[in-house]
Design a protein around this ligand. Structure first.
Ligand SMILES: *Cc1c(COP(=O)(O)O)cnc(C)c1O
Ligand code: SF4
Length: 345
């Protein structure tokens, strides 16, 4: 990476890095965070950048360039742009939209652990994400949830070790794949040493945002652990799945890792039967199993993304009539206090 070389020459007192950082880490570091730059790169009116800068104060913008490259320029209504461009409507207060809509704060079992459902516990090993999705239900609670820093992993693993009923650990976030494969493989071996654990599940958007994230090292620890690995990728629109993403997903599947997908039903992004059908069919063609279509969690700042439940039901009905049964995701919502995701159709 030329950038790294330049830096090392400029600071000769620093030890030269043993190897260049992986490409995905460079992509993450070089993500676009300034709305003005984004609008310039995408040929969008400066007015949008001004509005976005205000809205980004509450939840900063973050868009890696491999994702940005899939946004069509000069189109303020692009469905990928809508997911990442801060919008003044985020600042509006809307009744019923709260800071912790899923009750995860209440269900927090320890910092970095959310235990709501029988036999599986959600672990938040990092607060960092590969992209900032404007509708994210953790947009207000990221810092509170994310105390599971590397030095606390052993403590969390002891908590899990003390609960024999837990069979699966779901790494969620933040995005667990923002952590290095070294760290993740250490975490996986901690978890694998807990005899009653059977599965490790990774909830991530990174293989879609930065397909280079699917490295040999990632495949190695996923394949090498005693635990059965499952990867659930977050993807909302068929335009997110370009050739590089298709190859990255194919590498996971070829490695023998079951890959599922989850999407959030979003107004003006994927609230159309043809778009959802195209997404699901593309995923099954890539051997990815559509798992959940989530009703939007009613988080403050995301009201403008909401699609009424009756519309969601109609959309699911429509794709059910077009696609094989296995290509239709379960349409669910996350009710605080419930012991599972609640089916809506
Ligand atoms: C969604 C979720 C899970 C996983 O639920 P599945 O239905 O098994 O996919 C686990 N824990 C929490 C807190 C969740 O929100
Ligand atoms: S990647 Fe997931 S956790 Fe991160 S901002 Fe997007 S929806 Fe939220």
């Amino acid at each position: 990476m030329p950038r790294v070389m330049l830096r090392s020459y400029a600071q000769p007192e620093r030890r030269l890095p043993l190897s260049a950082p992986p490409r995905w880490q460079v992509a993450l570091r070089e993500a676009v965070t300034d709305p003005t730059e984004l609008c310039r790169l995408l040929d969008l009116p400066p007015r949008l950048a001004r509005q976005a800068r205000k809205a980004a104060r509450a939840f900063p913008m973050l868009v890696p360039r491999p994702f940005l490259a899939r946004i069509r320029p000069a189109n303020p209504r692009d469905p990928l742009l809508a997911q990442i461009l801060p919008d003044p409507r985020e600042l509006a207060r809307v009744d019923g939209f709260r800071s912790d809509p899923t009750g995860d704060g209440v269900a927090a079992w320890a910092p970095g652990l959310v235990w709501k459902y029988p036999h599986r516990v959600l672990m938040v090993p990092t607060a960092l994400c590969g992209v900032h999705c404007r509708y994210c239900f953790r947009r207000h609670s990221r810092q509170r949830l994310s105390a599971a820093t590397t030095d606390r992993w052993a403590i969390l693993c002891r908590r899990i070790a003390g609960e024999k009923s837990i069979r699966e650990v779901v790494l969620s976030g933040g995005d667990p794949l923002t952590l290095s494969d070294d760290s993740l493989s250490q975490l996986a071996s901690h978890l694998a040493s807990i005899p009653h654990l059977r599965r490790i599940r990774v909830h991530t958007r990174l293989p879609v945002v930065i397909p280079d994230r699917v490295t040999d090292e990632l495949l190695a620890w996923l394949r090498g652990t005693r635990l059965t690995p499952v990867v659930v990728v977050h993807v909302n629109h068929p335009a997110e799945v370009d050739e590089a993403v298709a190859r990255a997903l194919g590498r996971l599947v070829d490695a023998g890792v079951p890959v599922l997908s989850q999407s959030v039903l979003l107004r003006r992004v994927n609230d159309s039967a043809p778009v959802l059908a195209q997404l699901c069919e593309r995923l099954v063609d890539l051997r990815v199993q559509p798992y959940y279509l989530h009703q939007l969690d009613r988080v403050a700042g995301a009201a403008h993304f909401e699609v009424p439940g009756c519309v969601g039901e109609r959309l699911i009905g429509s794709i059910r009539s077009q696609l094989p049964g296995y290509a239709v995701p379960r349409y669910v919502c996350d009710r605080p206090g419930s012991l599972n995701k609640t089916p809506l159709a």
